[in-house]
Design a protein around this ligand. Structure first.
Ligand SMILES: C[S@@+](CC[C@H](N)C(=O)[O-])C[C@H]1O[C@@H](n2cnc3c(N)ncnc32)[C@H](O)[C@@H]1O
Length: 208
């Protein structure tokens, strides 16, 4: 099911300036390998969220080959800290390479393994936690990530409309994970949440 019609999505992408050669290269890699990156429309939004909240410390859960991280890294500036977590070593190696070439790797730390386990070993609180791990893990992310956000911080999750499967019958395990996550973000009195229906749906939850 289309979340945004192809014509509108194409228009939005066409009208959006995209000059950075490394981002363009990463977008091409995603197309060629059919790898699910957030894409330029959500990427710009992530950049804006960093600037709007004055964030300095961002944690990514499920960094892939670093596309969303690249947007965060650009927004953070030299004094920021960006933590990437990724299951697969080959993805993390590509992320390092792109962030190094983009001259933003000095503000990045790279961790290979299960993001939720890595989170347990990290210290301190975060201004933004961006969640893009396997979808059945989303409710667990909500449970473990929310105490690690500062007051006024943002919990952002990708794919919360899951190609429209959230409104179809007989949800599979991943869809059930997303449905439960969406229920949790709206039910929690600690968060004020919205779902923005661009690309595959992105949720933004502001911690009180
Ligand atoms: C949708 S992709 C991430 C794309 C990336 N956020 C972007 O937009 O550029 C999801 C990634 O999360 C990784 N992943 C899935 N579950 C994970 C987990 N529990 N811990 C760490 N990485 C995970 C996968 O290997 C995959 O590379």
């Amino acid at each position: 099911m289309e979340i945004v019609t192809a014509a509108i999505e194409n228009y939005l992408i066409r009208v959006t300036p995209q000059e950075d050669p490394i981002l363009k290269e990463m977008e091409a890699r995603a197309r060629e390998t059919n790898f699910p990156i957030v894409g330029p429309l959500v990427g710009r939004l992530l950049y804006q969220f960093v600037k709007l909240t004055g964030s300095h410390r961002v944690l990514e859960l499920g960094s892939g080959f670093g596309y969303s991280a690249y947007w965060f890294g650009q927004a953070l500036g030299d004094s920021g800290e960006l933590i990437l977590t990724e299951l697969l070593e080959e993805n993390l190696a590509l992320a390092k390479d792109s962030l190094e070439r983009g001259k933003i790797s000095s503000r990045a730390r790279f961790y290979q393994g299960d993001a939720l386990e890595i989170l347990e070993d990290l210290e301190g609180q975060f201004d933004i936690i961006f969640n893009d791990v396997d979808k059945h893990q989303y409710p667990e992310v909500f449970k473990r990530a929310t105490p690690r956000l500062r007051s006024g911080g943002l919990l952002i999750s990708d794919n919360v409309l899951w190609q429209g499967k959230v409104v179809e019958g007989q949800p599979d395990e991943r869809t059930r994970g997303i449905l439960e996550y969406n229920r949790l973000i709206f039910e929690s009195s600690e968060f004020f949440s919205s779902i923005i229906p661009i690309r595959d749906g992105i949720s933004v939850s502001l911690k009180s």
